[in-house]
Design a protein around this ligand. Sequence first.
Ligand SMILES: C[S@@+](CC[C@H](N)C(=O)[O-])C[C@H]1O[C@@H](n2cnc3c(N)ncnc32)[C@H](O)[C@@H]1O
Length: 246
Amino acid sequence: MDTPELLARLDKAERRPDALALRARVRGLLGYRPGDTVLDVGCGGGTAVAEMRAEGARAVGFDIDPVMLQTARDRHPESEFAMADANSLLLPDGAARGYRAERVFHAIREPERALAEAHRVLAPGGRLVLVGQDWDAFMIAADDTELTRTLVHANARAMPDPSAPRRQPELLRAAGFTGIEAEGAMAVFTDDTAVPMLTGLASRARDAGALSPRQAEKWVAEQRARAVSGRLFLAIPYLLVSADRT
Ligand SMILES: C[S@@+](CC[C@H](N)C(=O)[O-])C[C@H]1O[C@@H](n2cnc3c(N)ncnc32)[C@H](O)[C@@H]1O
């Protein structure tokens, strides 16, 4: 998926009430005070950075994608953004009081390195919150359950770490974090806002050779028909994993 397409999808999804509530929950779990430096790693279009800044934090967004970063800067010129990989944040030790990463760790091949870097840049007393979906556990209503299972798993296989949240508590412990807690949230779509995402899932499964072009086309047509007739159902489980840097 190219960056403009991903941005368009993220823009739609992030305005939903469940997404607003999720980001508010992350801010609560971070528990920063005005003036604290808080990092958003894999910041995308910069919405979470702007929201934390509005609450008085010194929020800094990092991303590896130059198009994402330019978009974030254009949309939020008052906020700080920088190009950096999660594995190498180019900050001094203990520079931050908060670290968040939302829907990023499924794309990271070496989460151990990224978590070691998070531990390094956080000051003692700092907080970390990771939010991620489990790509192997998407729930989709469809006539052909078996084909849909194949499609979901083909998408998961295309991700470097599709079920990243499942191992985060143990990886965080190994990285030296304490006070590790996990909680769940669910994004449920029943209208046509999910169609671009479902189309993307079908295209990725087709490109991976898991579905034929005809199967992918038919599956998407069914999903469009479901959206029109009020029968669409897509649920994405999210995990929020929080920890203390002691
Ligand atoms: C699905 S988007 C999520 C954006 C935003 N966090 C949100 O939840 O709307 C994933 C973002 O993480 C960025 N990203 C992926 N791998 C990264 C890495 N290793 N270091 C920094 N950013 C990364 C991508 O460029 C993209 O902007």
